[in-house]
Design a protein around this ligand. Structure first.
Ligand code: SAH
Length: 408
């Protein structure tokens, strides 16, 4: 096995269980590791620190196990079973809720791995070479540990930044129990659109063509809060994607809900999801438009008014270098909402950019509020739910931030 020796004093973060070894901390390497190899990490003095996946780039090793130099034979089963047990213990897996994140990377001590479960299908996303190479073992462990899962779909073509090093990065089913013959048939259609349940609401999820793993599981708890505030309100759900917030708002008794997204496919899915839960609903409309254009248009025309607005844009900053522009984007977007929301309105505003922290986001929203001159109070400060846990030694795992504001 390759052994990575750190520079003097560079072991400190590992001693505090932070799972990343940056390339700059490496003194020398004994061996010739390949992308995704399991390697051992030692201090400059030769003390064992841990074992992890090797990768070219700034994060050179992602630690899988501290204090050892090999992984146990049942490593994948043990980790995945622990993740599953936690979700069961938390009461997340129920007849009315079969949609949840099974593995949240570092938060489940599996850096580089994301697994979302929708009914009988798990969607696996690798963010590191090591997880890509382990995908077959991971799929096997999932089906062994999670009784309900019969299909495992691998979706990493867009998340692995080092595609050139692997010829075999291809999205597709790793496990299709009982359905091996259906790839080209109609049955595939029903398989990929398996109905997922979240708090008793049903969602059609298209993991083959949808964004990320097909659904934004991370907004589950925040959607419940929207439901609580929706009664009698006119709701504008910006960046609606598959319509999670819209369906909850309808169940909460909203007078009217307008869902907006720039993706035609997303708008089609919102319509289907509303129809599935509320057949013949006349309280909902879905619009395909750019968010900034649409908010500008409503404001200019002054025909519609809203007293509950949700802003859940895609990550404006995908890396640290983009923070400045991202903050400008959040400020501009929120300013528009402050300008148009009715008196006594409630604004749910989110950022899922990992590079933008809570304070920065709050400052951007503060600036937008100040520009509008309105009286604004914070009712709730929101974050990601319990199936997206943050490893306390890896604060970078916290990415979703939200504010619920009362605007007068
Ligand atoms: N709120 C959603 C998740 C939002 S993901 C949920 O609960 O599931 C972000 C969405 O923003 C994507 O669906 C994407 O298509 C959409 N989007 C990206 N840029 C946009 C823009 N400029 N205007 C409108 N929608 C946009």
């Amino acid at each position: 096995m390759t052994i990575i020796y750190l520079k003097k004093h560079k072991e400190e973060s590992l001693m505090r269980f932070h799972p990343w070894v940056f390339s700059g901390a490496i003194g020398h390497v004994k061996g010739q590791p390949e992308e995704g190899d399991v390697v051992a990490v030692r201090s400059a003095e030769g003390d064992t620190l841990g074992t992890g996946h090797w990768q070219e780039g700034s994060i050179a090793v992602r630690i899988l196990e501290f204090g050892v130099e090999s992984l146990s034979k049942n490593f994948w089963q043990e980790r995945i079973r622990a993740a599953y047990t936690m979700r069961c213990d938390l009461g997340l897996i129920r007849a009315d809720n079969n949609t949840y994140r099974l593995v949240h990377g570092e938060g489940d001590f599996l850096p580089g791995l994301i697994v979302d479960v929708y009914g009988n299908t798990a969607v696996v996303q690798a963010h590191s070479a090591g997880m890509h190479r382990a995908r077959i073992e991971i799929a096997k462990a999932i089906t062994e540990c999670v009784e309900e899962v019969e299909n495992v779909y691998y979706k990493s073509e867009s998340t692995l930044p080092f595609r050139k090093n692997f010829a075999d990065i291809e999205d597709g089913y790793l496990v299709r129990t009982g359905n091996e013959h259906v790839m080209e048939t109609e049955h595939v259609h029903s398989l990929q659109s398996d109905v997922a349940k979240e708090n008793g609401l049903e969602f059609k999820i298209d993991w083959l063509r949808g964004q990320k793993t097909g659904f934004f599981v991370d907004q589950r708890e925040n959607r419940c809060l929207v439901e609580r505030y929706s009664s009698g309100r006119r709701v504008l759900n910006m960046f609606c994607y598959t319509g999670g917030f819209s369906v909850y708002a309808l169940r909460g008794g909203a007078e009217r809900v307008c869902s907006v997204d720039s993706s035609e496919k997303a708008v089609e899915l919102v319509r289907q999801n509303v129809e599935r839960n509320f057949p013949d609903c006349t309280r909902h409309e879905a619009v395909c438009a750019d968010a900034f254009d649409y908010l500008g248009k409503i404001q200019r025309e002054g025909k519609e008014s809203y007293n509950l607005i949700i802003l859940d844009p895609p990550a404006f900053a995908k890396h640290r270098g983009a923070i400045r522009n991202a903050l400008q984007g959040y400020k501009r977007l929120n300013a528009k909402a402050f300008e148009m929301i009715e008196k006594g309105g409630i604004l749910f505003t989110f950022s899922c950019s990992q590079a933008v922290d809570k304070e920065m986001f709050r400052l951007a929203v503060f600036s937008a509020a100040a520009m509008s001159g309105r009286k604004v109070r914070i009712l709730h400060q929101l974050t990601q739910p319990q199936d997206h846990p943050v490893n306390i030694y890896h604060p970078e795992g916290e990415y979703l931030k939200g504010l619920v504001l009362y605007v007068e």
